[in-house]
Design a protein around this ligand. Structure first.
Ligand code: F6P
Length: 362
């Protein structure tokens, strides 16, 4: 049996620890050993390893953040940094690596595999998608998304309480980098009046006009709700406070006395104990990652992919019909296309702008 190294990288996501715990449980159960890497690729360069046993990771399924630590390592982006990382693995006799992280981390895994190939070092890498943004292609969910969504909805519900009490308009910005998924799904779940997301590609003036229209409708004296909640994705370039100031000026010029507030939820959205769904997905993707490595698979990502009802799973690991192994090349190519707006998913989200009116009028 082999030694598997595991690291978490990039923005932490609730459920990362649950994935590590599963990797340790499965590997040790099959007679292997696991080395945790502290602080992502930065720790790999520094050979900062921590042996992990089932007892050491007990309870990690319940813990938020990354217990191993994470980083966005600049040195790892250089050939010299990756060579040091490969030296660290070779010194430990490790030929199997699991990378738990988002887009940049998975790209790092592929780059490390290429560097290993160039110098003739044996290395298999398997990625596990973990990012609250849900911006990784070919997996229906990434680890952390469900918990982040729950946190946003809980925050928005609370903001709605105070918005109703004071008859105010709130603009709430949520994380998601360039991806509108969290904002869009949270807006539906919390019953927001509008959502601003980058895939819609609206200009500043159009955003302002649409938000102002929602506010006007909400404050009709007889039948208005007399409060507004707009959820804005951080990927929409217009800063939320700038939007609020422009909205204020617009409403004042119309003689509409409405108090407005802006809130940026920021890193609150990334924290907290993982939801049951995130624990479940993390456990099963972690299990599949070990099975894939033992099966000799290389440069693949474990994707969460529930098969359509009544249809047999595609290329799923025989042991888990909800998990597929997707080549990292394909994952990264499609993820880039989503960010560039050329992927069908991005086009679909853009189309929703028209389809969703008048339910979500922004
Ligand atoms: O990718 C996850 C994420 O939380 C994004 O939503 C956000 O844009 C970014 O990370 C923030 O990164 P940092 O914590 O490095 O500021």
């Amino acid at each position: 049996m082999r030694t598997i190294a595991v690291l978490t990288s990039g923005g932490d996501a609730p459920g990362m620890n649950a994935a590590v715990r599963a990797i340790v449980g499965v590997t040790c159960g099959l007679g292997g050993t696991v080395l945790g890497v502290r602080h992502g690729y930065q720790g790999l360069i520094a050979a900062d390893f921590q042996p992990l046993t089932p007892a050491a990771v007990d309870g990690w399924n319940r813990r938020g953040g990354s217990v191993l630590g994470s980083s966005r390592s600049l040195p790892f982006r250089t050939p010299e940094g990756r060579a040091q990382a490969l030296d660290s693995l070779a010194a430990q006799g490790v030929e199997d690596l699991v990378v738990i992280g988002g887009n940049g981390s998975l790209a790092g895994a592929r780059a490390l595999a290429a560097s290993a190939r160039d110098r003739g070092q044996a290395l298999r890498v398997v990625g596990i998608p973990a990012s609250i943004d849900n911006d990784i292609a070919t997996t229906s969910l990434s680890i952390g998304v469900d918990t982040a969504l729950g946190t946003i909805v809980e925050c928005c519900d609370k903001i709605l309480d105070t918005a109703s009490s004071h008859a105010r308009t709130f603009l709430v910005e949520v994380m998601g980098r360039d991806c509108g998924y969290l904002a869009m799904t949270a807006a539906v779940a919390t019953g927001a009046d509008g959502v601003l997301y980058p895939e819609a590609r609206l200009g500043e003036d159009e955003i302002l006009a649409r938000v102002a229209a929602i506010v006007r409708r909400a404050y009709v004296p007889e039948d208005g709700r007399h409060r507004v909640l707009i959820v804005k994705a951080e990927g929409v370039a217009l800063p939320v406070e700038t939007l609020r100031e422009r909205l204020d000026a617009q409403l004042q010029s119309e003689g509409l006395a409405v108090e407005t507030r802006s809130v940026v939820l920021g890193h609150v959205v990334r924290g907290g104990a993982p939801s049951a769904t995130d624990r479940l997905i993390a456990g099963r993707l972690g299990h599949a990652a070990v099975r894939a490595l033992l099966d000799g698979r290389d440069q693949v990502m474990t994707a969460w992919h529930p098969p359509p009802l009544g249809e047999p799973p595609g290329d799923a690991l025989a042991l888990d019909p909800y998990v597929r192994l997707v080549p990292l090349d394909r994952v990264l190519r499609e993820t880039d296309a989503i960010a560039a707006g050329t992927h069908p998913i991005a086009a679909f989200r853009a189309k929703l702008l028209a389809a969703a009116e008048p339910f979500l009028a922004v």
